[in-house]
Design a protein around this ligand. Structure first.
Ligand code: CDT
Length: 303
């Protein structure tokens, strides 16, 4: 059988004043609970070690470098790596990455895939960066991902693992169908993603229920249209008064949400996922090779 228990570790708020060590202790508690349920893999949120700092305006890297990690594992991540390897559970972790490449410093919104034996087997740097570079001063917070991060340079990839073929992306990527299709074309059977989604849309007024609905709609359509499992982990609740939606979910390749977080605090959800279900759908109704008509899709990649 190809049934494996996957878990999602939702995080409640992380305050600006909280240490990375405290965040990692919470991640380890979630990981232990997931392991206790028999999970082989756990998905954690985007930027899981700090508050969602792109809501704040900083000018000097010296003021925002403290949110970034250098090296893999970074010193802050090391205890998480150790416990995960000891328990034999793989994980997805989102964090702010600072790296010197070719003599230049780069900063990315990054996620990694860590195998059950502790090896880093995949890395993704966020491509769809929402928000602005400069403050727009429409609310009492900003969304400055374009200020702090470069567009990811690693593409949308999928990685072979001991539990199946995994594709990873981050938050805003889930709103774009191309994200998932490119990974599905590489055989991804499970998509992992973390998110931080402010309840209030700073660009235009939007009813709060639409934020939740669009999250769910994006996850369910990605799963259904690509015949893949989706694991989506929120960081949510009010971070120093700035509210973010919860709704962490596990979605089956049928498009059905099969597990859903109930609150806006630290919470594990899990499900026994049959990877053969997705494989069957990919051999039938969504057999890409037989049914896709790529000669009519050229425009998508040309503009
Ligand atoms: N973190 C992240 O990508 N959040 C965005 C907020 C969009 S509103 C500027 C999201 O798509 O959920």
């Amino acid at each position: 059988s190809r049934t494996r228990i996957f878990a999602v570790g939702q995080l409640g708020p992380i305050s600006l004043a909280d240490s990375k060590e405290a965040a990692v202790a919470r991640l380890i508690a979630l990981l232990r609970e997931a392991h206790g349920r028999g999970a082989v893999w756990i998905t954690f949120p985007e930027l899981a070690l700090t508050t969602f700092f792109p809501r704040y305006v900083y000018d000097d890297p010296a003021d925002y470098d403290r949110f970034f990690e250098e090296g893999l594992p970074s010193p802050a991540m090391r205890p998480l790596f150790e416990v995960a390897r000891e328990l034999g559970i793989g994980f997805y972790l989102g964090f702010a990455e600072k790296v010197v490449e070719g003599g230049e410093t780069h900063r990315y919104n990054t996620a990694i895939l860590v195998e059950r034996d502790g090896r880093v087997i995949g890395k993704y740097r966020k491509i769809h960066l929402p928000g602005t570079r400069d403050p727009i001063r429409k609310a009492n917070f900003e969304h400055l991902e374009k200020r702090y991060f470069e567009v990811g340079d690693l593409g949308f990839r999928s990685f072979g693992s001991s539990v199946g073929r995994i594709g990873l992306c981050i938050c805003n990527d889930r709103r774009w169908p191309e994200t998932f299709r490119v990974m599905a074309l590489q055989g991804a059977e499970v998509f992992l993603l973390g998110y931080n989604t402010p309840t209030l849309n700073i660009h235009h007024p939007e009813p709060a229920h639409l934020r939740e609905f669009h999250n769910r709609l994006s996850l369910e359509s990605a799963a259904y249209q690509n015949a893949a499992w989706v694991m989506a982990a929120a960081k949510c609740g009010a971070e120093d008064g700035f509210a973010m939606i919860g709704g962490s979910a596990i979605v089956a390749p049928t498009g059905e949400t099969v597990a859903r977080a109930s609150g806006e605090d630290d919470e594990v959800i899990s499900y026994a996922c049959d990877l053969e279900l997705g494989a069957y759908i990919r051999r039938s109704v969504f057999d890409f090779a037989r049914h896709r008509r790529i000669e009519h899709y050229g425009l998508i990649a040309s503009q």
